[in-house]
Design a protein around this ligand. Structure first.
Ligand SMILES: NC(=O)c1ccc[n+]([C@@H]2O[C@H](COP(=O)([O-])OP(=O)(O)OC[C@H]3O[C@@H](n4cnc5c(N)ncnc54)[C@H](O)[C@@H]3O)[C@@H](O)[C@H]2O)c1
Length: 276
């Protein structure tokens, strides 16, 4: 099946790596023009280059989703380059784990900023374009084209997870944001849904000793999961393994395409059946 997103423009934050990168390439293969955005310019450029090599269309917008001017910048660049916005995937993020009794204010706020406030600001910034365009299409054609907001949440946000009070609270907030927007914007034919991942094989879930880090305001934060927890997880998991990034991207394509035009306010669990 090809061409599910022909002529559509998609912004995907955090698409230099992992799930976002797989989604960017899948969306482009289905005809979308993709705005590949990431904190790190080089991986984002590499994803955009792979899309170009495959004959697709993409631009790169580097930047931190928590910067105050990020939302304005990416919306303006997208409209200038592609003339519209049809799909927004709020995917950028990382983890900064710690037990609650020793969690700093900074650690708490950082997770709310990146996972909850940044998606809110991006959606709010796109609101003028999305609502005005829908109203115009409704008055001209009786109905607006379907447009899509997809927010990424986690089983940690739905079920909680030891050592992730900050991340879980932010991801639970994403569910509230999603369900509320679904009610506010359904009338504009904009479907807002969330995808709730369990354990997908990326830098975030790799062995912590592999040494991946992210630097935020001068603090180096170690990413990953301790190896003994990874092994325990595989034993408890109904499918006995984590999901791949391609398996994670498939449901995003469904929610970005016309196949999901009557799916609104849903939280789709993509966890291989694992409920912690
Ligand atoms: N991997 C999993 O098992 C899993 C499970 C549940 C939810 N998630 C969520 O999926 C999303 C993608 O994670 P992933 O597993 O692909 O991780 P990843 O580390 O492979 O990719 C995330 C990307 O987001 C970018 N990013 C991080 N902070 C950013 C910021 N402030 N501004 C801009 N870009 C930023 C990173 O540079 C990275 O390229 C995240 O929201 C994560 O919380 C992942």
């Amino acid at each position: 099946m090809q061409g599910l997103l022909t002529g559509k423009t998609a912004i995907i934050t955090g698409s230099g790596r992992g799930i976002g990168a797989a989604a960017a390439q899948l969306f482009a293969a289905h005809g979308a023009q993709v705005v590949v955005s990431d904190l790190d310019l080089e991986p984002a450029k590499a994803v955009a280059e792979a899309i170009h090599q495959a004959g697709g269309a993409a631009i790169t917008v580097a930047g931190d989703v928590t910067d105050r001017d990020f939302a304005q910048r990416i919306v303006d660049l997208t409209l200038a380059q592609f003339g519209g916005i049809d799909i927004i995937v709020n995917n950028a993020g990382y983890t900064w784990d710690g037990m609650l009794h020793s969690m700093s204010d900074e650690q708490w706020a950082a997770m709310l900023d990146v996972h909850l406030t940044a998606p809110f600001r991006l959606i709010r910034m796109a609101a003028t374009y999305l609502r005005m365009t829908a109203k115009q299409e409704q008055s001209e054609h009786g109905m607006a084209q379907a447009r899509k907001i997809i927010n990424i949440t986690s089983t940690s946000g739905v079920y909680g997870n030891t050592g992730q009070a900050n991340y879980a609270a932010a991801k639970a907030g994403v569910v509230g944001l999603t369900k509320t927007l679904a009610k506010e914007w359904g009338r504009f034919n904009i479907q807002t849904n969330a995808v709730c991942y369990g354990f997908i094989d990326t830098r975030l879930t790799a062995d912590k000793d592999a040494g991946a880090t992210i630097e935020r305001d001068g603090t180096e934060i170690r990413l990953g999961v301790p190896d003994h927890l990874r092994s325990a997880f595989a034993m408890l998991h109904p499918m006995g393994r984590p999901g791949s990034v391609d398996e994670a991207a498939g449901p995003l394509l469904f929610l970005a395409s016309a196949l999901s035009n009557y799916v609104n306010g849903a939280v789709l669990e993509v966890s291989g059946g694992f409920a912690p």
